[in-house]
Design a protein around this ligand. Structure first.
Ligand code: PEP
Ligand code: MG
Length: 895
């Protein structure tokens, strides 16, 4: 039977880094650091199994836990030379939560546990520092009162503020031991009147109260919503780590700090972080005192007056530097650590892999390979594909006119323009309306996660570079400015004020998270140049992947972009999208609204040269790489004219009255256009459309082929097919057109005709579609429609339904974003098997939005597709995701 309790310390360590599920990230890594011989205060971790037992049994603790904890606490006493509850030399404890997946700030922590009216006097004597002892006691009462006894933290803050005002004290550091004693008496009175009993003096009662509270915090509201957002299972449970306290508040040779072993914003190989002399860890987080820089370089860059740790405590700094290098080499990654220096001695309290910006992720991965710490496949596995999208975000055009209204800290790089919102709720509501918003807050907390993910950028008045806003925004790849002290937020008025300006909710601002500038209005943006590290990592990724990556591109502009980002072909050219342009839509509408073949042919004759020149250009840009052109698939409601102003020119071009045209439009109107007269259904009724498109494609192929000096082999794709006969009718039109053009030009054409698989029937009948000499020569899964038709959930009407479903455990992720593996995925699997049974080695791709979603790409790799096709800016994401899928599969195979 596995143990409930895992000890760590100089004499015995039961856990290790591989046990994160059991011990949580914090507990597992404390054990690992102990094993490495690093200075870690001794302690033990209660397994996450206890948490699961706790919730499965009406919040009861398992048998045997109590004695295990008692023994482990006794062992800590031996290791430290103090004893828990001993009035002469009390051992004090820190009790912390820690799940397998980091959930920063979501659950509770209690420090200085073991103090009571007696032991505090013992601590004062043993440490020779009375003030420190009573300061620690009042901190313990505040935390325990809040977390365990449920007394509002604000009550303690108010009592302390009143006391300071009464005694004309400006800061906490000015209070004497006697004054703290006075404050403690007031705290204890307040607790008695709030909860009707005394603050517990029994240290064992304190310990079990804290353990129970930390376990319970796994299911508090903050933690619940964080888990939902990050798709973390509730079954995981939290571990509880109990550790001997070390004190950063023992005078000027003591300090507490947080650090990243490299710069998490840029990835530079330099120590990055903050410390506070004579303080405990929560003082950094609380923001009551401004933390100082660790290195001289950072201090100079920030033009800060206060000395850096490097100069104040050079010995401790050198030791930390050495520890950081050992941690990086051991964990093969950049670390995010917490430490305390007690009277000159360094203690490590936490290490974990550090969150970083996308830019930093690339640089760190590439540098670690160059420093021979990790291998190339490890580097590829280190960068989350989704993070790359951040680097593909626009930045402010150099030289653009800027209306600077405030300045803050450059907390997360990239620029964004949006409307001001002041609460998370507003952000979510406006995002649902398709608006871009910048969330402006005094500071952010766990409650703001949903608002942050709905925003295009975040601006806070308070908070440093390791504040919640900064850390979370970086990990989300969201531009963020923190600590813009020059702005004042007035929630009641719905305004933000600076020295010279007042802006309202809904006003547009631009934030530049790379420089920290807050600008009024929108500013011209520039597409980013991709860094050398980006190119290096993606090139490494390409050596591992099997899946090809193509792009969905409809215009020459998209195609150029796609090629730049590494697309190996075009997987989908939506030919109807070539007509969104105002100068072209008239011809398209004429064609749709024409009531007879003559009218339609006249409109098609106008469209032909436009399509031909676009296709020729796409072929030239792709220079021999495959190009898949899909026959017209216009959901009619997207193209039908609606207003008088749109109707008149069409009536004129068609030579019919306005009334006649209106009748025609109403004839064409559908109740459910997404399942209506679309795709191949349109061309089966009006084959002249396919005739024109095939002609445009073939003539363009000949033209481009001549210009490039090599033949173009277009792939022509028929949309929304359910039956083989639909495919055959249109394939015959295409072949007949090709034969005609060959006869006209004397040129030989090579091409392939394939089909999209967008309807469940098509997926189920894959073999029928591909078999025989006239069958489909390639398949491309249109997972947007296949999702809509499999789930019976209209693409156009899904949003409110999905919003209502969110958090109810129905969908793990939005099925239009990340493929529904069990349903749609199963149809794809069946479609692949059928298609390849009908035609050996059939080329199969996917061109729905899922082609650029990293999780879906991994699934497509498993299914054995040949390629994915996605929007140009997602091409690098798909390349990296495909490589990671291949590496993961290889590792699985090897193990
Ligand atoms: C699809 O349905 O997945 C697809 C790519 O086609 P469209 O989005 O144009 O319907
Ligand atoms: Mg489709």
């Amino acid at each position: 039977m596995p143990a409930w309790v895992y000890r760590f310390g100089p004499d015995r360590t039961d856990g290790h880094a591989g046990l994160t599920e059991e011990l949580g990230g914090k507990g597992a890594n404390l054990a690992e650091m102990s094993r490495l011989g690093l200075p870690v205060p001794p302690g033990f971790t209660i397994s996450t199994r206890v948490c699961r037992h706790f919730f499965a049994n009406g919040e009861a603790l398992p048998d045997g836990l109590e004695s295990d904890v008692r023994d482990a606490v006794a062992a800590m006493g031996q290791a430290t030379g103090a004893a828990f509850g001993d009035p002469k030399n009390p051992l004090l404890l820190a009790v912390r939560s820690g799940a397998a997946i980091s959930m920063p700030g979501m659950m509770d922590t209690i420090l200085n546990l073991g103090l009571n009216d007696e032991t505090v006097a013992g601590l004062a004597r043993a440490s020779g520092d009375e003030r420190f002892a009573y300061d620690s006691y009042r901190r313990f009462i505040e935390m325990y009162g809040d977390v365990v006894l449920g007394v509002d933290h604000g009550l303690f803050a108010d009592l302390l503020d009143n006391f300071k005002n009464l005694n004309a004290l400006a800061s906490d550091t000015e209070l004497t031991a006697a004054q703290w004693r006075d404050v403690i008496a007031r705290y204890q009175d307040a607790i008695r009147s709030e909860i009707g009993r005394d603050f517990p003096q029994d240290t064992n009662e304190q310990l079990w109260g804290a353990i129970n509270a930390v376990l319970r915090s796994w299911r508090n509201e903050r933690a619940d919503s964080y888990r939902r957002l990050h798709a973390i299972s509730e079954d995981m449970g939290t571990a509880v780590t109990v550790q001997a306290m070390v004190f950063g508040n023992r005078g000027e040779t003591s300090a507490t700090g947080v650090a990243f072993t490299r710069n998490p914003a840029t990835g530079a190989n330099e120590i990055y972080g903050e410390y506070l002399p004579n303080a405990q860890g929560e003082d950094i987080v609380a923001g009551t005192r401004t933390p100082l820089r660790l290195t001289e370089k950072a201090r100079a860059e920030m033009k800060a007056k206060e000395a850096s740790l490097e100069t104040v405590m050079p010995g401790a700094f050198a030791e930390l530097k050495d520890i950081f290098a050992r941690l990086e080499a051991h964990y093969r990654d950049m670390q995010d650590v917490e430490f305390t220096i007690q009277e000159g001695k360094v203690w490590m309290l936490q290490t974990r892999s550090g969150k970083r910006s996308a830019e930093a992720a690339l640089k760190i991965a590439v540098d670690l390979v160059e420093e021979e710490i990790i291998s190339r496949d490890e580097a590829v596995m280190m960068v989350e594909p989704q993070a790359l999208s951040h680097l593909l975000h626009p930045r402010i055009e150099p030289g653009a006119a800027k209306d600077l209204i405030a300045r803050g800290l450059p907390a997360s790089p990239g620029a964004a323009t949006g409307e001001i919102v002041l609460t998370s709720e507003e952000a979510e509501v406006m995002r649902a309306q398709g608006r871009h918003v910048i969330l402006v807050r005094v500071e952010t907390s766990a409650e703001d996660i949903n608002g942050m993910s709905a925003a295009v950028g975040v601006l806070t008045q308070r908070g440093g570079l390791t504040s919640h806003a900064a850390v979370v925004a970086r990990s989300m790849g969201l531009p963020c400015i923190s600590g813009a002290g020059g702005i004042r937020i007035d929630l009641a008025q719905g305004t933000i004020r600076t020295a010279s300006r007042t802006l309202k909710r809904g006003d547009t601002i631009t934030i530049d998270g790379t420089t920290g500038e807050v600008l009024a209005g929108a500013v011209p943006m520039k597409q980013p140049e991709l860094s050398a590290d980006f190119a290096t990592l993606i090139a490494w990724a390409d050596t591992f992947r099997g899946l090809k990556v193509r792009a969905n591109a409809d215009t020459p502009r998209d195609t150029v972009q796609a090629k730049k980002l590494g697309a190996e072909g075009i997987g989908l050219c939506r030919t109807e999208h070539m007509f969104f342009d105002a100068s072209r839509i008239l011809a398209m509408r004429e064609m749709i609204c024409a009531s007879d073949e003559k009218g339609r042919r006249a409109a098609l004759a106008k469209i032909l040269p436009m399509q031909r020149s676009d296709f020729a250009e796409l072929f030239r840009i792709m220079d021999g790489a495959p190009v898949t052109i899909r026959l017209l698939d216009p959901p009619l409601h997207e193209f039908l004219p609606r207003h008088e102003a749109e109707l008149a020119p069409i009536a004129e071009a068609l030579g019919i009255t306005l009334e006649r045209l209106k009748t025609r439009v109403s004839e064409l109107s559908e109740f459910n256009p997404m399942l209506g007269f679309r795709g191949c259904r349109l061309a089966i009724r009006y084959p002249e459309i396919t005739e024109m498109q095939a002609r445009a494609i073939f003539e363009a192929a000949i033209e481009a082929g001549k210009a490039m000096g090599h033949a173009v082999k277009p792939e022509i794709m028929i949309p929304l097919v359910a039956y083989r006969r639909e495919f055959d009718i249109l394939a015959d039109v295409i072949r007949a057109t090709a034969a005609k053009i060959e006869a006209e030009t004397g040129q030989r054409l090579t091409y392939q005709i394939g089909t999209m698989i967008e309807l469940p029937r098509a997926a189920l009948r894959g073999r029928e579609l591909s078999e025989g000499p006239g069958g489909a020569e390639f398949f491309s899964f249109g997972t947007n429609d296949l999702t809509q038709t499999t789930l019976g959930l209209s693409r156009d009407d899904a949003a409110p339904i999905l919003a209502n479903y969110a958090g109810k455990g129905i969908f793990e992720r939005d099925p239009f974003v990340s493929i529904d593996e069990g349903g749609v995925g199963e149809l794809i699997r069946i479609g692949i098997a059928g298609g390849r049974a009908g035609r050996a080695g059939l080329k199969i791709g996917i061109c729905g939005e899922h082609g650029g979603d990293a999780t879906s790409v991994a699934f497509f790799h498993e299914l054995g597709l040949d390629y994915v096709s996605c929007s140009p800016f997602r091409v690098p994401i798909a390349r990296l995701a495909a490589a990671r899928a291949a590496i993961t599969a290889r590792r699985k195979g090897a193990s």
